[in-house]
Design a protein around this ligand. Structure first.
Ligand code: CAA
Length: 257
């Protein structure tokens, strides 16, 4: 492992993965992502480990995918490299993942934090999807997870302007779980991990899966259900009464039929 460090010095049930390309602000090159995927797979299969933390350093959680590695690539190169299959495997980790974020969490860095199940941040953390500024768009879930979590208006503004939000804003928007002073962010993440690690690991994994399922339901499915139910309303007397009352400018009397 060249670009990540794994340790579980805090607690036998908690593993910590540190992204480690500090000079490049932990830019997520292909090797780093493969190492992360492999480490997660090992930890996911290790019965001693119950919760996995992912962190960077004080200056950067990760400043995004490695722009230098991508800059000269063609569309076909990118398609063949298929970097997001690695992300899909990371997403399938069964154990809870907590991101401990300080400094920049941008582009793929923000997406990696959002791929985790919870985010604990230092007051210095900055979240953003600045891909638009380099002529591309988020590719590792940014347009989807951010929008579902913080709402269309805010996500649209972040994705279309590339503006960063502070840790406090991220907390207010429901993107993250906690903001603490910079010297405490790792400690706070470990303490959250310890609380979860004290629960039944089976129940925890089942619960994680269930919460994620709700989060991942497609808008298409939701809209289809909505439409069916809209049509079903036309099977009721109350629909006739409600619309008729409107036309006759009187108060509707509903019977629940
Ligand atoms: N890729 C490659 N190298 C990066 C990088 C990235 N995403 N982010 C930072 N670096 C490198 C810089 O090139 C610089 O290297 P050199 O010293 O060799 O020049 C080094 O890290 C330090 O960075 P800066 O000098 O720029 O540091 P700064 O403090 O002035 O600025 C920053 C920090 C605002 C985060 C700035 O580095 C920046 O804007 N980075 C790019 C952010 C970005 O656009 N991320 C999205 C990437 S695309 C993506 O992620 C697609 C996807 O959805 C998967």
């Amino acid at each position: 492992m060249e670009f990540i460090k794994v340790n579980n010095a805090f607690d036998t049930h908690i593993a910590l993965i540190q992204l480690s390309r500090p000079k490049e602000l932990n830019a997520l090159n292909l090797q780093l992502m493969s190492e992360l995927r492999d480490a997660l797979k090992v930890l996911d299969n290790d019965d001693n480990v119950r919760v996995i933390l992912i962190t960077g350093n004080e200056k950067a959680f990760a400043a995004g995918a490695d722009i230098k590695q991508m800059a000269g690539k063609t569309m076909i190169d990118m398609w063949k490299i298929d970097q997001f299959s690695t992300w899909d495997q990371i997403r399938r980790t069964k154990k809870p993942l907590i991101a401990a974020v300080s400094g920049f969490a941008l582009g793929g860095g923000c997406e990696l934090a959002m791929t985790c199940d919870m985010i604990v941040a230092s007051e210095t953390a900055k979240f953003g999807q600045p891909e638009i500024k380099i002529g591309v768009i988020p590719g590792a879930g940014g347009t989807q997870r951010l929008t579902k979590t913080i709402g269309k208006a805010r996500a649209m503004e972040m994705v279309l302007t590339g503006k960063f939000i502070s840790a406090q804003e991220a907390l207010d928007y429901g993107l993250i779980n906690k903001v603490v002073p910079v010297e405490l962010y790792l400690e706070a993440a470990v303490s959250l991990a310890k609380e979860i690690a004290s629960m039944s690991p089976i129940a925890v994994q089942l619960a994680k899966e269930a919460v994620n399922r709700s989060f991942e339901t497609h808008l298409d499915e939701g809209l289809t259900l909505e439409r069916k139910n809209f049509y079903l309303a036309f099977a009721s007397e109350d629909q006739k009464e409600g619309m008729q009352a409107f036309i006759e400018k009187r108060k509707a009397v509903y019977k629940g039929k």
